[in-house]
Structures are given as structure tokens and as C-alpha cells.
Design a binder for this molecule. Structure first.
Ligand SMILES: CC(C)(COP(=O)(O)OP(=O)(O)OC[C@H]1O[C@@H](n2cnc3c(N)ncnc32)[C@H](O)[C@@H]1OP(=O)(O)O)[C@@H](O)C(=O)NCCC(=O)NCCS
Length: 404
């Protein structure tokens, strides 16, 4: 099987693999947009003779980590033709892809998995979670006054194109798990709204929360008009909400939950730090189910661990194994704290032993060493586990607001 970067003329074959593997059809007018959203020199194909039978690629991101950012290859558009599955095509593509990411000097790769069992074997660990949330506005009441004095204004798509990227950029550096967004990804992804994406809902609505004339938060949502036995049962489906302040988040929830004729507000990929359950009387009515979000693959341990800050000062010696690729394997001394960190190879005896996969899980502070050691996936003394948790923890849970 030949694995290589695709030529621009091979994009149709590349898309065809995705269509067959995921089970959708891409309209001709979306093909150009698809190509424009990606860096063509980072898309890889697996070839059986002339035919593309495997697709994959990377997006160049800066990933926010606790106290900083790290260059990250976003693993994406992975698929294998149904005629060629389970013959090792993905495994070969992952070797090529991770070499490509490491070759660009990106210390980590990250992805969203279509199915959770696929990527652990390649050294990715579940690093962020999200809530799928459902609220019946009639069942919840706010316990106190609004946290702010701002107001909500609706924007059209042009207005959203001006306000949202700037606001997102203000929020991004403070939120582990957030990713840089190019103009093309804003235009062709987040702001784009072709009818076939609407699934029976309205066009995207954009509401911005402003305080003293300054945008502090926004929510993108669709409405679906519904009547059940003569009673209003509209659904509001929120695609993304970002708030620079708690007052902005509070204001946006109040706006959504007060809308007339609405029986259900649904929010897919909700921030696990959401304040909503804490500002309403019946928090049980804020129904939440949890799922895995972004998975992280550490490729360069010193580069990745030195890129973040740590909640408390400390020193740890970590012995990392990396059966799939080997590049992360070794023993490393990490000295880190709130002001900086250094990580270097060492011959010392290890405090903790873990796989690259587990290091990916704890990297953003969303999974604890305690959890993983209780599951038998990290070994070390109770004292070392406790010190590691104090260092790697972070006040806000990591969350990745977009699937890529
Ligand atoms: C997931 C997919 C890319 C796997 O490709 P593939 O070429 O069949 O994978 P490989 O043959 O390299 O499989 C490697 C190993 O992973 C396992 N594996 C692959 N896909 C799996 C899945 N969906 N669930 C569980 N295990 C899986 C294989 O069984 C194999 O295990 P083994 O080494 O113990 O035998 C392919 O099935 C596909 O295109 N699925 C639909 C689209 C999709 O979900 N893409 C992923 C987007 S994130």
C-alpha cells in the first residue's frame, strides 16, 4: 500500500473514500469549499494502484494548554474504503501521519474519534470531555438576579463574521483545549450555513451578549418550530456558546431559556465548566450526559511538557512507554510550576511509569493521575501520584469547542 501526500487532482478520489466510509454524499458545490478548508500539502492518501482507498490529514493548530499554547497537528478526515478495511490501511496511514506531524516540529497531535476504541493503540489518550445537555425551560428557574447588566443582540451572518472571531480570539488563550481558527475555517465552517446542514431547523442565528457596548459572549443556535396537540413545543439547538465572563454566559442562558414557545433547549458539545446547573433551582433538570471530546497524542515529551504551566511547583521523573511509535519513550525529569517548566531526559529512577496514551490524557489537566492509577494504567507511589495531580491540575477543565 502506497501512502503519500495527495496531488490536488486526486481530491475527488480522496472525498470518495470519505463518502463511502462515513456514509454521506458531498454536493459538487461543497467540494471546492472542502479543499479550501484544508492544507492540501497535509492531506494523505493510501493508494491501491491508482485508486485512493484511504484518506487522512492534519490541520495546523495552536492548541491552548494550561498557561500557554503548543503547536499541534490536528488529525482529521480519516477513513478507509469499505472494500479495504481491516487490512492495516489505517495503521500504515497513522505511521505516516504521525511522522509528518513530528517532522514539522509539532510536539502533539490531537483528534476527535468517530468511535472511542480506534485510537488508543496509536498512543492517543482521551483528554477532554463534553456534556450533551437538554433543558426544559419551564422546569428551571434562576435562583438569583442576572450576574451582569448586559443585553443580547442578534447579528446577521456578516455581523457575526466581524464580532465572533475577535471575541473567540480573546477567549482562546485562557481555555485549555481551544484551537486557533483560520479565516477559511471561520468562513467555510462556523459561519457557513448551507441548507443541507439545517436538519429541519432555521438558518443559524447568532446572538451576542454585550456589556457597555462591548461583546462579551455569543451563542449560535437554530430553532425548530413544533406544535404538539396544539401546544408549542419548539426546540432550540445551540451549536456553540462562548463567553469571556460568567455574566455573559449567564446572560446567554437566560436569553435562550426565556424564548417564547420553546419546550426544549438542547446543547451539543457543551462546556463541562458551564455555570448553568449552579444558577438554577432544579439543577437535575439540566440533563447532562458526558462523552469523550478531544484525544491527545504526545509525540515529543520534553516539547509538550515544557509548553504548559503547572498549578504548583514540583519535580517528577516520568518513565514513558510508546509501543506504537517509540518517539515518546524514555525517562524524563519534569520541573515545573506556575511560571515555567523544563523537561529533560534523565537516567534517574522514575517516580511514575505510564504510556504515551496516558500522558496524552493527563496533559491538559482533564483526567487525573489518580483516576488512571486506580484503573491500573499508571504506576507509581501514592505520594508521586498526589504530587502529579497537584501539578497537572488546572482550575478550568479542558474543553474543545469544535469537532475537526
Ligand atoms: C476506522 C477505520 C479508519 C479503520 O481503518 P482500517 O484500515 O480498517 O484499520 P486497521 O486495519 O489499520 O485496524 C487497526 C486495528 O484497529 C482496529 N480497529 C479499526 N477500526 C476499529 C473500530 N472502528 N473499532 C474498534 N477497533 C477498530 C482493528 O480491528 C485493528 O485491530 P488489530 O490490530 O487488533 O487487528 C475504518 O474502519 C473507517 O473508515 N471507518 C469509518 C470512518 C471512520 O470512523 N473514520 C474514523 C474517523 S475519526
Amino acid at each position: 500500500m502506497d501512502i503519500r501526500i495527495i496531488q490536488p487532482s486526486e481530491i475527488d478520489g480522496f472525498i470518495s473514500v470519505m463518502e463511502h466510509a462515513f456514509g454521506f454524499e458531498m454536493k459538487p458545490e461543497r467540494r471546492e469549499e472542502f479543499a479550501a478548508k484544508f492544507e492540501l500539502d497535509r492531506l494523505i492518501g493510501a493508494f491501491d494502484g491508482e485508486q485512493v482507498v484511504g484518506s487522512g490529514g492534519a490541520i495546523s493548530f495552536d492548541l491552548t494548554v494550561p498557561g500557554g499554547t503548543v503547536a499541534c497537528g490536528g488529525t482529521t478526515v480519516i477513513s478507509v474504503m469499505p472494500t479495504h478495511r481491516r487490512r492495516g490501511v489505517l495503521t500504515d496511514m497513522m505511521r505516516f501521519h504521525l511522522d509528518e506531524v513530528a517532522g514539522r516540529g509539532e510536539p502533539v497531535a490531537a483528534l476527535w474519534a468517530s468511535e472511542a476504541p480506534i485510537y488508543g493503540r496509536f498512543g492517543y489518550g482521551r483528554a477532554t470531555d463534553y456534556y450533551r445537555m437538554k433543558v426544559s425551560p419551564s422546569r428551571v428557574s434562576f435562583t438569583g438576579d442576572p450576574l451582569g447588566t448586559g443585553t443580547v443582540r442578534l447579528l446577521d451572518a456578516d455581523g457575526a463574521g466581524k464580532v465572533l472571531p475577535e471575541l473567540y480570539e480573546r477567549i482562546r488563550p485562557h481555555r485549555p483545549g481551544f484551537l486557533t481558527r483560520t479565516d477559511a475555517r471561520w468562513r467555510l465552517g462556523f459561519l457557513n450555513d448551507p441548507p443541507e446542514w439545517r436538519d429541519g431547523g432555521t438558518p443559524k442565528r447568532f446572538a451576542v451578549y454585550e456589556e457597555d457596548g462591548a461583546a462579551q459572549g455569543y451563542v449560535m443556535y437554530r430553532q425548530q418550530e413544533k406544535w404538539e396537540q396544539g401546544l408549542p413545543a419548539n426546540v432550540v439547538d445551540t451549536g456553540s456558546m462562548h463567553a469571556a465572563t460568567p455574566a455573559a454566559e449567564d446572560g446567554l442562558w437566560r436569553y435562550l431559556l426565556a424564548m417564547d414557545l420553546v419546550a426544549t433547549v438542547e446543547s451539543w458539545n457543551t462546556d463541562p465548566n458551564t455555570l448553568l446547573p449552579h444558577v438554577v433551582a432544579d439543577s437535575r433538570r439540566v440533563e447532562r450526559s458526558v462523552s469523550d471530546g478531544m484525544w491527545v497524542r504526545i509525540l515529543d515529551v520534553p516539547g509538550a511538557l515544557a509548553a504548559r504551566r503547572y498549578q504548583t511547583d514540583g519535580r517528577l521523573v516520568l518513565e514513558v512507554s510508546d509501543p506504537f511509535r517509540g518517539s515518546a519513550a524514555g525517562t524524563y525529569a519534569l520541573v515545573g510550576g506556575p511560571d515555567g517548566a523544563e523537561c529533560t531526559p534523565t537516567d534517574e529512577a522514575a517516580d511514575l511509569r505510564l504510556d504515551a496514551r496516558e500522558l496524552g490524557s493527563v496533559y491538559l489537566g482533564g483526567v487525573t493521575f489518580t483516576e488512571l492509577s486506580r484503573a491500573g494504567n499508571i504506576s507509581g507511589s501514592a505520594d508521586a501520584i498526589r504530587r502529579a495531580d497537584l501539578m497537572f491540575g488546572w482550575p478550568l477543565r479542558p474543553w474543545c469547542p469544535e469537532v475537526f
